[in-house]
Design a protein around this ligand. Sequence first.
Ligand SMILES: NC(=O)C1=CN([C@@H]2O[C@H](COP(=O)(O)OP(=O)(O)OC[C@H]3O[C@@H](n4cnc5c(N)ncnc54)[C@H](O)[C@@H]3O)[C@@H](O)[C@H]2O)C=CC1
Ligand SMILES: O=P(O)(O)OC[C@H]1O[C@](O)(CO)[C@@H](O)[C@@H]1O
Length: 389
Amino acid sequence: MPSQKNAVHFGAGNIGRGFIGPLLVQSGYHVTFADVQDEVIDALNKKDTYTVHILDQEKTKEEIGNVSGVKSTDDDAIDAIAEADIVTTSVGPEILKRIAPAIAKGISKRREQKKGDLNVIACENMVGATSGLKEEIEKALEGKHEDLKYIKEHVGFPDCEVDRIVPPFESEDKLEVGVEDFYEWVVDKTKVKGDLSGVKGMSLKENLSPFLERKLFTLNCGHAMLAFLGFVKGYKTINEAIEDEEIKKITRGALEESGAALIKKHEFDEKEHKEYIEKTMTRYANPNIHDELPRVSRKPLRKLGENERLTGPTKMCKEYGLPRDNLLKGIAAAFYFDVKDDEESAELQKMLKEKGLEATLEETTGFKKGDEEYETVLKNYEDLKKWRK
Ligand SMILES: NC(=O)C1=CN([C@@H]2O[C@H](COP(=O)(O)OP(=O)(O)OC[C@H]3O[C@@H](n4cnc5c(N)ncnc54)[C@H](O)[C@@H]3O)[C@@H](O)[C@H]2O)C=CC1
Ligand SMILES: O=P(O)(O)OC[C@H]1O[C@](O)(CO)[C@@H](O)[C@@H]1O
């Protein structure tokens, strides 16, 4: 009998339980979720199985078994890494540095126990998430030459792109999760140690960047446009926002703008990219998915950042001398995002109050006074005032 393959997944949240965890289980791994929420960890250990609802036209279910939970801050997490064949994460970009020390300790233990190859893959909405995590792990092992040598020889750190819409799911059962049918997981093949071809749903590619930029500057870009513009008009959900013809038109326009730049940069087939945009618009409008705007627009300071989903495609359009009017409407709308329990939203509103829009715009997006983008966002911000109810 083949021996049990083991995976440790940091973050038993929506993407962990609804996307990466299930794919690993279906590929024959026992998945140990490492999280900080006791309730979720206890439930995983008590039940050993949970339901994933596929929220498509026809609603189906998958039962996911062979799972357990550990506290990511306990030694149990380190022990689990020592026994793992793969470590994945979906904790949010800002949490990666917090989990790096535990992964470093787990790697050190593997080296002592002369364990074989391991791959660590950060599945976050971010360019270079795994590379950043690798840096943090190496920092945690500074001066430990044997561990660093072991990493070089035995630990792969491939960056990746993850795409599946998984909002919080209403259920009495803490573990149940609701997902769209669509998913895409593209992993940088050139950085893998050993063989990951047995992982179901993982697409190994030599050139990750076009896939990553296509996803961030399309799915995430349009989602952010809908969420920020929808918020200005007082809508609560993505479904409400996309039903508004004005918002829908601007969002589609933004995807066409980012699409034109992506086609130029990555030489995508024009017709195929048009279809990709249409498919993305259909995914947003899925009537079976209830997605609240504050989730999609969460952490606005990160989302406004250079090379992120709105500023990134805008800059790319500029580089190729292409229009970016719709994208700049989405950027302007982001400054209206005001949700008290979102720390970054509170920080953004504080900046606006204390420094004013001009300085905040410069600080968050990198657009400078005199740039066409800077002036247009200021104008758009004024124009959006009439949208507020
Ligand atoms: N939900 C979605 O539709 C998508 C999310 N993503 C990305 O996946 C990542 C996670 O997103 P979600 O699953 O939606 O978030 P989530 O909030 O549902 O899950 C995050 C999980 O991480 C856990 N966590 C926080 N600190 C931790 C720590 N120190 N150690 C271990 N676990 C910790 C939380 O308790 C939570 O269970 C983000 O980077 C997001 O950008 C990517 C594609 C789609
Ligand atoms: O932390 P992030 O990037 O906001 O992740 C949550 C996100 O999940 C998605 O719905 C789907 O990837 C995004 O468009 C959304 O913003």
